[in-house]
Design a protein around this ligand. Structure first.
Ligand SMILES: [Zn+2]
Length: 238
């Protein structure tokens, strides 16, 4: 505190102006669009890889893309730069390694892989089963199959926020850990979400538009809340 008093005694009107100007310059400006946090959505399967048969005539690849297309505008409206590993039904189907590479290049704030299941109830959230790695020096090379290991803690926090959001939306939710490409290859907080029928009797299947929208809204709200804890300018308090 002594240093402060000495410094204050030496302030002239000119130096006060200079300090004021300096403070103005240091006021953080809103992040330009190209610096917005990237959220990558990975609708699993696609092309020749249809995934599971989810409805009478609906393949999993269509459900995952539809769900991603519902999540995307909700996250964009919340200020995120949302990207997708596929926007259509590409041929050849991108491999899991290609999907991971695409996502890692973007240095995303989070990656969300989407799957759908013909059996089970509600939504299951997976995080990587890789053991959590200690901090790896910047000069070290992280093995491709263990890339996710340094993000386990933040991935589990993301999973927890989204799980809470599903519960609030009265969507049955369970969570677990698994070895699953490209989840293990991602260099960011990452989870996989698998959507099954809302009800145990099979009513409200994953193809149900209203159910999909509830799932999408829960995810978008939780991602904003989770990311707001890291970057308060993203509005965690909203
Ligand atoms: Zn799948």
């Amino acid at each position: 505190m002594r240093w402060t008093k000495v410094a204050a005694a030496g302030i002239t009107s000119a130096s006060i102006w200079a300090i004021t100007a300096q403070v103005a310059v240091q006021t953080p400006a809103p992040a330009p669009p190209h610096l917005r946090a990237v959220i990558f959505l990975d609708p699993a399967h696609g092309g020749a890889d249809g995934g599971a048969k989810v409805g009478d005539s609906v393949l999993e690849k269509a459900v995952t893309l539809e769900l991603a297309n519902r999540i995307r505008p909700l996250l964009s409206a919340r200020g995120f730069d949302v990207r997708m590993t596929r926007e259509g039904d590409p041929t050849p189907t991108p491999t899991t390694d290609q999907r991971a590479g695409l996502q890692n290049q973007a240095h995303p704030a989070a990656c969300i892989i989407l799957h759908s299941a013909p059996t089970g109830t509600g939504v299951h959230i997976y995080t990587s089963a890789l053991p959590e790695a200690t901090i790896i020096p910047a000069t070290s090379i992280v093995p491709w199959d263990e890339a996710q290991s340094t993000y386990i803690a933040s991935s589990l926090r993301l999973s927890s926020e989204i799980s809470t959001a599903f519960s609030r939306s009265q969507i049955p939710v369970s969570s677990g850990r698994t070895w699953m490409p490209p989840l293990d290859n991602l260099l960011c907080p990452a989870i996989a979400i698998e959507i099954a029928s809302l009800n145990a009797d099979g009513s409200k299947p994953p193809t149900d538009a209203g159910y999909q929208q509830r799932v999408a809204e829960a995810i978008a709200g939780a991602v904003l809340f989770w990311h707001g804890k890291i970057d308060p300018t993203m509005g965690a308090a909203q």
